[in-house]
Design a protein. Structure first.
Length: 304
């Protein structure tokens, strides 16, 4: 196992352990006699289903590339991003949106718990992310201004200027013929915004100036676009094992994607262009870039 694989595995274990401890601390396990499951169980079902943990890993890699020493202090921030991401997956899979029955190789939340509980579990995860980000036990020792900047960065990436806008345009474009620039805009908002924010937060918590934060945000933007384009290719080639969701669901929904718009080979070339732009911005950060460069290959090599 190479050094990046070891880093990802150890990071996943730390994140999973922190999330487990956080939910023990907070509870949410109350059941009435007629309940088959608690709110905590519904929240944790998608959250703890084995995933890549790419966004929190990117946050930690970014901070450490800029000299942040104590990885454990980053866990509340890294974990909050995973909560936001998991909320978005639950809502994406709903019958009113992508209507998917498989996520990370398991039945989706609404299949297991019903649509109403799935919606509430997603809502709870989003709110809990910001409770985590503002928990005095977790943020003690950080510059309060940096905490405010972090919350602002993640709320913008999660809401009407980021993820939710991307979801809105995505779900309202089924069956439409879009230009590539429109598909890229959806991908930028729906996928890349949270990855970009993860990079930004890592740089912010490391105490860096706005120029370095901006360069890391742009780095995250392009690896996010590449990440989504890779998913688009896998969606066409039908690799359910790598995707962890229903192969061909985008085609079933008649959803505009990069691969459907410009074809597989052109999408592969576009991914290379995104990666090159990501590298250009990474080089301007002055960070120790070795592991982050390996991460770009790790995310892209899924289609090789």
């Amino acid at each position: 196992m190479n050094d990046l694989a070891l880093y990802i595995e150890s990071g996943k274990q730390l994140i999973d352990s922190f999330i487990n401890d956080h939910f023990i601390k907070k509870g949410y396990g109350k059941k009435f006699p007629h309940n088959k499951f608690s709110l905590a169980e519904a929240m944790l079902y998608t959250l703890t289903t084995p995933g890549k943990r790419i966004r929190p890993i990117i946050l930690m890699l970014t901070a450490e590339s800029l000299g942040f020493q104590d990885k454990k202090k980053l866990l509340p921030f890294a974990s909050s991003i995973e909560l936001i991401h998991s909320y978005s997956l639950i809502h994406d899979d709903l019958p009113s949106m992508d209507n998917d029955s498989l996520r990370r190789g398991k039945p989706t939340s609404h299949i297991v718990f019903g649509e109403a509980t799935a919606i509430l579990a997603g809502d709870a995860l989003l709110a809990e992310a910001f409770a985590m980000l503002s928990d005095i036990d977790y943020v003690c020792g950080f510059d309060p201004v940096k905490i405010i900047e972090t919350i602002n960065e993640l709320s913008n990436a999660s809401g009407a200027s980021g993820l939710v806008e991307g979801q809105f345009h995505d779900v309202n474009s089924f069956g439409e013929s879009l230009k590539l620039e429109h598909i890229e805009y959806i991908n930028e908002k729906k996928t890349a915004s949270l990855i970009s924010a993860a990079c930004a937060v890592g740089a912010i918590l490391s105490g860096n100036d706005k120029n370095i934060v901006t360069e890391f945000k742009k780095f995250g933007l392009y690896i996010g676009l590449a990440f989504q384009a890779v998913d688009d290719v896998l969606g066409v080639t039908g690799n359910k094992e790598i995707l962890g969701k229903t192969a061909g669901i985008d085609k079933i929904n008649n959803k505009p994607t990069t691969a459907e718009n410009i074809g597989l080979e052109n999408t592969r070339e576009l991914i290379k262009k995104y990666n090159k732009k990501a590298m250009n911005h990474l080089e301007k950060t002055g960070a120790k870039t070795g592991m982050l460069i390996k991460l770009i290959s790790y995310l892209t090599d899924r289609i090789n």
